[in-house]
Design a protein around this ligand. Structure first.
Ligand SMILES: [Zn+2]
Length: 117
């Protein structure tokens, strides 16, 4: 009985751990076309506002809330829409392809939409 309970607990834990991955697999990347994702969060300078170590110059980043965690996506190829040093803009929607490099998430931005005023 004890073993069965333990097994159920392990199964339950695995299910919880796998949840974000399962969601990410909704649009699986193919060899020819990496999947584009849509992220909404707050746009800020990774250096001045977020104080991310290792970021050089003024690096745009999008902070996306995932439950009680915040994920910082570094943006590349983003058009410079606004000065987000020492401030941030909430409700920014970014579309692009996410890659992981040096333990950071990078988004090759294809479109960036500021919130409508
Ligand atoms: Zn800055």
């Amino acid at each position: 009985m004890r073993i069965v309970l333990l097994g159920l607990m392990v199964l339950g834990m695995t299910a919880v751990v796998n949840l974000p991955m399962a969601r990410a697999e909704k649009t699986p990347p193919t060899a020819t076309q990496p999947a584009e994702v849509t992220l909404t969060g707050s746009l800020a300078c990774a250096v001045c506002e977020l104080h991310e170590n290792g970021a050089r110059g003024h690096q745009d980043a999008l902070v996306v809330k995932n439950g009680d965690r915040e994920i910082v996506y570094f943006l590349t190829g983003a058009p410079k829409h606004a000065n987000v040093c020492h401030t941030h803009i909430d409700g920014v929607t970014v579309k692009g392809v996410v890659t992981v490099r040096n333990g950071r998430q990078w988004v090759a931005v294809s479109s960036l939409e500021l919130p409508k005023k």
